[in-house]
Design a protein around this ligand. Sequence first.
Ligand SMILES: [Mn+2]
Length: 292
Amino acid sequence: MWAALGAPLDSAARGEGEERAPAALREAGLLERLGAEDLGDVGVLRPPERHPRSGILAFESLVEASEEISDRASDAIRSQKRLLVLGGDCSLLIGAIAGARRGGLRPGLLFVDGHCDYWDGKTSPTGEAADMELSILHGQGPPELAGMAPRPLVDPARTAILGHRPPELDSDVAAERERVPDDVLQLDAPQVREVGPPAAAERGLGRAGDDPWLHIDLDALDERALPAVSYPLARGLEWNELEELVGWLLAPGVCGVSVADLNSDLDPGGAYARRVADMLLRLLGGADQGIA
Ligand SMILES: [Mn+2]
């Protein structure tokens, strides 16, 4: 069965709408309808100040929250449950992957995201951990996070970035993509569309190998499809493309799934939360075989 953990981490640490997304998804009935065990929520990130050594906002509370997510994730994996982590933003991924490692797995990563999340504590314009968690998972960054299990937490060669944006969109997108090592598989949103979601998923799964973790940042969706995210971008996926892509990525069984970046401040009536919950229910409701 699925065990669901709320991870209301807003790495801007100002209490923005990502903090309320787990509640909005519960309100939309996701966990009840999925029959998931509810593991409750981990804590929030504060204060909105950059830590001098790491350059990361709310660093101490991020380390604490990551340890807590890791504990829940490793418990779930040891008891043969599949974990669904509801963000919050992508900073939740550090604790989730560390927990999978501590639970005895060595997951590859299927990283569906509008961005590469590959800045670091110095180069990130904001200091938000959600700008940089993939580079942390690949071994760069402070030992409290990048060293939660032997580095790197994820092998770059077993990582697939899917649904991010082409470098010609703007100079920031191009500069961040430049930072990603060559051995990471990248299929941006136009490339996913070009080869088709089934072929894109097949390439991603081939790269990630056994026990992949599937991470979905909802800003992989185009800004017109889902405006309720903090950093919307053009040239993204449509809803049907994201659903088809994730459906194929889930087919062989992943060790855990995380969903990030719904900003509930921008979704006051909860319509987008219901749309995300409905999509997740269709995708995850049929994919509950437990860990092989
Ligand atoms: Mn992201």
